[in-house]
Structure formats: C-alpha cells, structure tokens
Design a protein around this ligand. Sequence first.
Ligand SMILES: *[C@@H]1O[C@H](CO)[C@@H](O)[C@H](O)[C@H]1NC(C)=O
Ligand SMILES: *[C@@H]1O[C@H](CO)[C@@H](O)[C@H](O)[C@H]1NC(C)=O
Ligand SMILES: *[C@@H]1O[C@H](CO)[C@@H](O)[C@H](O)[C@H]1NC(C)=O
Ligand SMILES: *[C@@H]1O[C@H](CO)[C@@H](O)[C@H](O)[C@H]1NC(C)=O
Ligand SMILES: *[C@@H]1O[C@H](CO)[C@@H](O)[C@H](O)[C@H]1NC(C)=O
Length: 429
Amino acid sequence: MHFTVIVFASALSVITFALDNGLMRTPPMGWLAWERFRCDIDCEHDPKNCISESLFIDMADRLAEDGWRELGYVYVNIDDCWSSKERDQQGRLQADPKRFPGGIHKLARYMHDRGLKLGIYGDMGTLTCGGYPGTPLDKIEIDAQTFAEWEVDMFKYDGCWSNATEQEQGYPLMSKALNATGRPIGYSCSWPAYQGGLPPKVNYSQLGEICNLWRNYGDIDDSWDSILNIIDWFFENQEVLIPAAGPGRWNDPDMLIIGDFGLSIDQSRTQMALWAIMAAPLFMSNDLRTINSRARSILQNKMVIGINQDPMGIQGRRILKEKSGIEVFWRPLSNNASALVFFSRRNDMPYRYPTTLSKLNYTTGSYKIFDVFTDKTTMLKDSTEFVVSVNPTGVVMWYISAPAKPNHHQFYKQREQSRTNSQKSPASE
Ligand SMILES: *[C@@H]1O[C@H](CO)[C@@H](O)[C@H](O)[C@H]1NC(C)=O
Ligand SMILES: *[C@@H]1O[C@H](CO)[C@@H](O)[C@H](O)[C@H]1NC(C)=O
Ligand SMILES: *[C@@H]1O[C@H](CO)[C@@H](O)[C@H](O)[C@H]1NC(C)=O
Ligand SMILES: *[C@@H]1O[C@H](CO)[C@@H](O)[C@H](O)[C@H]1NC(C)=O
Ligand SMILES: *[C@@H]1O[C@H](CO)[C@@H](O)[C@H](O)[C@H]1NC(C)=O
C-alpha cells in the first residue's frame, strides 16, 4: 500500500522543468577518460596512454569503426589535466600545446566529421582537482564562450577547491553562460557530489532546471567494492533520486568500468544491468583499443541499451531485498513493458531463487520474457512458479513485454500511475 503511494507521489513530482537545451532526452552515452586514464601526462614514457590528442583520436576511431557509435555511444569526453597550466594572453583556457598540438577545436571537428561529439572538463574552484586552471565565478563567461567557439558538445563542471557559496552561484551561472553562447552544450554538474547528494543541502528540482546530468556521489574506482558501494547508496536513497530523473535530467552514478581490470564477467553484467535500471548515463572508461570480446558484448548488448535508453526516462527502483542476499529491481518502460533484475549479493554458488510474477506485483496475465544476457524467450503467467539461478555477484535481467491480452487491465500495479504521470511531464517541459 504504502509503497504504491510513494511511487505515485514521486511520479507526480517529475512534473517540473528540465534544462531547456533540448539535449539528452535519453541518458547520454559515450566514453570518458578519467577512471581508466586519470591524469597520466607522461607522454614521453607512456605515449599511448597519456592524456593527449592521440588518445582521444584513438577512442573516436574505435567508437566509429567498432560498432559503438551506431548503438548510441557518441560522446568522447576529455576529463581533467587537458589544459596548459597558464591561460593565454586574452585570459582564455588553452590546451597543453605539447599534448594537444592541434588544439581542442580541431579535435571537436574530428569528432563531428565522424558523427561523434566532444566533451570537455572544468572546475568551479581556482584550480581543478588535478591542479590545472579552474573556472571560478569571474571566469565562467569567458570559458563558456571559449568552449562554444571550439564547438564543444558537453561540459563537465567539477567542484574541487570551491566552497558551498561559490557552488550555489557558479553552477547556475554556468548554465546561463552556456545557454548564452547559443550552442547547445550538455551540462554535467558535480555540485551534488560535493554537498552529500541529499536534501536539504541538494535541491534536485533546481538541478533538473540547470543541468542535464549530475554526479550525486563519489568517484568510481576499478573494483567490485566500488560498484557495491555506489549501488547501495543509489538504491538506499531511491525515493529522493527517482523523482529527480527524467528526459533531459539524469542522476549519474559515474562511469562504466566494464572492460578494465576489476570486474568479473558476472560483475560486469551487474553494472550494466543496474545502470540500465537507474537510467544512468553510460560513459565507458576503458581502453577500446584492447577491450576483450566478452566485455564488448556486454557493453554492446542491444536489449540492455534499449532498456537504459527507454524514452519515458523513468528511473527504476529496488523492489525487494531478501534475507538470502537476492535483491530484485524493476523499471517501467514504454509500451507497457518493464525490466526486472535479480541480483545476488552472495559469495557461495549460483542461488536458485523461486518466485512468481504476481509476488513481484505483476497483475493477471501472460507475459513474454526476454532474458537480456542469454537471449532466451519464454512465456510466463503471473501465477506460474519459476526459479531463476543467479550467479554470485551476478544478475539475471529480463525485459518483460506487456501481457498478451492488453484490454484486460493487465500490467504491473504500480506501473499505471508512473506511466500516466510521466506522460504529462514531457509535455510540460
Ligand atoms: C507489492 O505491493 C504491495 C502493496 O502495495 C507492497 O506492500 C509490496 O511491497 C509490493 N511488493 C513488491 C515486490 O513490489
Ligand atoms: C536557452 O534557453 C532558452 C530558454 O530556456 C531556450 O529556449 C534555448 O533553446 C536555450 N538555448 C540553448 C543554446 O541552450
Ligand atoms: C567561499 O570562498 C570565497 C572566496 O572565493 C570567500 O570569500 C567566502 O568567504 C567563502 N565562503 C565560505 C562559507 O567559506
Ligand atoms: C528548490 O528549487 C526550486 C526550483 O528552482 C525552487 O522553486 C524551490 O524553492 C527550491 N527549494 C528549496 C527548499 O530551496
Ligand atoms: C497499455 O496498457 C493499457 C491498459 O491495459 C492499454 O489500454 C494500452 O493500450 C496499452 N498500451 C500499449 C502500447 O500496449
């Protein structure tokens, strides 16, 4: 009872305005340098991996030639440590001339010529986290203008070395300054991550009006512990976070680390599945030149990408936390469909979890089930007992189509309310 009321209230509060730049109506997808390549500027000893023009060109080539772009992975995003330590004589930021000999504008052109987009990074403080020139209040206009002149498509505004008062002024000011350039530039705000991610310090209505996405929580690392920590924080705070998300405005649990060193195949599927449930931006931070085929096939799974990119843009939720260590997640999707994820926190062996769709609050009917990672299809009546076998730290993910008899009022009980309300929200934005 209680649960349904909360969903209703949250769905209602989605009826607010999103940042009016027309961008990112579904979660943005692409590649971002930070987690994998950090602040490696040692091009002399590590030419292939240092933060340089050639790294971004290599990634762009892979995105364009290896099937990523067609799936939606179009942003190539620079993070910290790209700039010169000095502004130029007109006071503008400039790329490090040794590592980016062609400059950022040329790099943006390179992306655009291949149907890709370029993202860049700045920081609210006097210095970035890595110690490069920041974009404090008095530099906001000139830097926004510079990024627009370079034809940059996205801007991540970090918060190191700034205080709460400056952030309160700076994040909205940058939003205005980007808008004033006339160039649509996707805007990623790290603001909430610097304010603990929760109300009353964080005002998610305001964030949705000024930013396209925002980092709510700490940086991801290349480890399963880091993934678990992020999953726990986002789903423990889901009642606050779900209503904040919608077309043009997304919670960002940080980069995908699939294809790096820290995750098993099952754990990689878990990250992909739960990022899709969360309607999270999908920015890979990995080496696309050497990624193995198993990691690639998880990141290129069309069904999980389709779930992530669902046009209604309703963030999903955790609906069950069993004593056995099994957790169940659910996300409502367009066309009366939905996604379910069964996740195991266990460390022993595959766990056989028995349930029925009606126990998960699906209403009377016969549902078509697509298993996202095995490609198997089955039909299930709401009342039919079934058992899913979930690997340790792994998931089983299902796409569930509408019941076979659509006129019989047969869909997930909570679903009707979320759908009805979300249909109002895009129109009002
Ligand atoms: C199903 O709905 C009931 C009543 O609204 C609620 O108490 C229960 O938590 C829901 N269960 C799941 C798994 O969503
Ligand atoms: C700037 O904001 C106005 C009003 O919200 C909007 O109509 C316009 O599309 C925005 N322009 C850009 C480039 O974001
Ligand atoms: C924040 O930093 C500014 C300097 O940019 C300073 O004037 C102000 O007092 C600081 N505010 C707080 C609350 O520390
Ligand atoms: C949060 O932001 C919204 C939109 O900008 C504003 O209307 C509201 O008053 C703010 N809430 C608080 C508690 O400051
Ligand atoms: C969704 O379900 C409702 C209620 O059963 C039905 O009226 C509607 O036609 C369905 N929509 C789609 C796209 O199947």
